[in-house]
Ligand binder design. Structure first.
Ligand code: NAD
Ligand code: AKB
Length: 316
C-alpha cells in the first residue's frame, strides 16, 4: 500500500513544530512536508519545507500536487488575543484558510484532514465545569466565533462531500519547544520562562481565573490518535472536547514555587481577562473517551516538573 504523504500548514507555530517532528518520527522524514509563511525555522530542517500562504489557493494546490499529499494538518490561524485586536484579519485567516483546505481536499481527494478547534467555542452561557460535548456554542470572541463556524464547515464537508475532516477542541497548550502565538492562555507558558530567568512574573489574568490546560505531549498524542482511528468510530465531526487539567494562575505559581522557592507572582489584568471570563473552566471529554479511548497522561505536577527541567537545561 502507498504510504501517506502529509502536509502540515502552520508548521512553525507552537503546535506545528512538535507535531511535525512527531509525524516525521512516525511516517519518515521525507513523508512529512512542513509549510508556513517565510523561510524554514529551527526544528523543521529535518525534512521537506515549503513556503506557503494558505490564503493563496493556487499555491496550496501546487504544493499538494508537487508532493502528492494525501493528508493535511491545518494549524495556520490567529489566536484569541490577536483576533480581538484584529478581528477582520483574524476572521479572514481562520475562515479562508480552512475553506481553501476543505475545497482542495474535496477537489483532490485528500484522504484525511485535521483542523483544530478550541475550548473558545463555548461562551459565557456554557456550564463552566464539565461542559458537555454538546454544550451551547455562543462564544463572545471573534476567535470563538471563527471556531464555531469552522466546526460547522467541517461537518458540512463531511456530510455533503465525505471529506474526512477531524477536529479537537484543544484547551490552552503548555510547551517548552516553541512559544505560543497570541492566545489568552499564553501566561501558562510565559510564567515558566520568567520563573527561571527573573524569578518573577506579572500575570495579565487575575489570580483566581481557572482555565482548562494541557501539556503538549498529550495534545500531540490526541491529534495523532484521532487521525488514526477508522472513520466509522467517530460520532463527532465538529470538534471533540478533550480534558487534562484546570488551574488558576495562583495554583500554577504555587506548584512552580515548590521548585523555585524565590519565585514571585504579581497580577495586572488586561483585556485578556474579559476573554478568559467568558470561557469554560473544564470540558467533559466522555465522548472522546468513548469514541477513540482518549485519556490524558499529564496533570499539573508532572507538567510543571517537565517544563522546568527541560527549560532549565537551556538556562546557564
Ligand atoms: P501559532 O500562532 O503558534 O502558529 C500558527 C502558525 O500559522 C504560525 O507559524 C504562522 O506563521 C502560521 N500562519 C499564519 N498565517 C498563515 C498563512 N496565511 N499561511 C500559512 N501559515 C500561516 O498557533 P498554534 O498555537 O500552533 O495553534 C495552531 C492551531 O491550534 C490554531 O488553529 C489554534 O487556534 C489551535 N489551538 C491552539 C491552542 C494553543 O494553546 N496553542 C489551543 C486551542 C486551539
Ligand atoms: C488561546 O488562548 O487563544 C488558545 C486557545 C485556548 O484556543 N490557547
Amino acid at each position: 500500500m502507498k504510504k501517506d504523504t502529509i502536509l502540515v500548514i502552520g508548521a512553525k507555530g507552537q503546535i506545528g513544530v512538535e507535531l511535525t517532528q512527531s509525524l516525521r518520527k512516525l511516517y519518515g522524514h521525507s513523508h512529512v512536508v512542513a509549510a508556513d509563511l517565510g523561510p524554514v525555522s529551527p526544528g523543521l530542517e529535518g525534512g521537506p519545507y515549503v513556503e506557503l500562504d494558505v490564503l493563496e489557493r493556487e499555491e496550496l494546490g501546487r504544493a499538494i500536487t508537487r508532493y502528492d499529499i494525501s493528508r493535511i494538518y491545518l494549524l495556520a490561524a490567529k489566536l484569541s488575543a490577536v483576533a480581538e485586536r484584529l478581528p477582520l484579519e483574524a476572521w479572514n485567516v481562520n475562515m479562508l484558510g480552512l475553506l481553501n483546505v476543505l475545497e482542495a481536499a474535496r477537489e483532490k481527494g485528500i484522504g484525511r484532514v485535521f483542523w483544530p478547534s478550541s475550548i473558545a467555542v463555548f461562551g459565557p452561557d456554557a456550564p463552566k465545569w464539565n461542559c458537555p460535548q454538546n454544550g451551547p456554542l455562543n462564544p463572545a470572541t471573534v476567535y470563538g466565533i471563527s471556531k464555531v463556524a469552522g466546526e460547522s464547515w467541517c461537518r458540512y464537508y463531511w456530510e455533503k462531500y465525505a471529506v474526512d475532516v477531524r477536529s479537537i477542541r484543544y484547551p490552552g497548550l503548555i510547551s517548552y519547544q516553541s512559544k505560543p502565538g497570541g492566545g489568552t492562555t499564553d501566561y501558562a507558558v510565559e510564567i515558566f520562562h520568567e520563573a527561571l530567568h527573573t524569578a518573577s512574573y506579572s500575570c495579565y489574568l487575575r489570580e483566581n481565573t481557572i482555565l482548562p490546560m494541557m501539556y503538549m505531549p498529550d495534545a500531540i498524542r490526541a491529534t495523532i490518535e484521532l487521525m488514526a482511528v477508522p472513520a466509522t468510530a467517530l460520532t463527532v465531526r465538529g470538534g471533540y472536547n478533550i480534558n487534562a487539567m484546570s488551574f488558576s494562575p495562583r495554583e500554577l505559581a504555587l506548584v512552580i514555587q515548590r521548585y523555585v522557592p524565590e519565585f514571585k507572582m504579581s497580577y495586572r489584568p488586561d483585556f485578556r481577562q474579559t476573554i478568559a471570563d467568558g470561557w469554560i473552566q473544564k470540558p467533559d471529554d466522555s465522548v472522546a473517551a468513548a469514541d477513540w479511548k482518549w485519556e490524558y497522561a499529564y496533570g499539573i505536577s508532572e507538567t510543571v516538573r517537565h517544563m522546568l527541567s527541560h527549560l532549565s537545561a537551556g538556562v546557564k
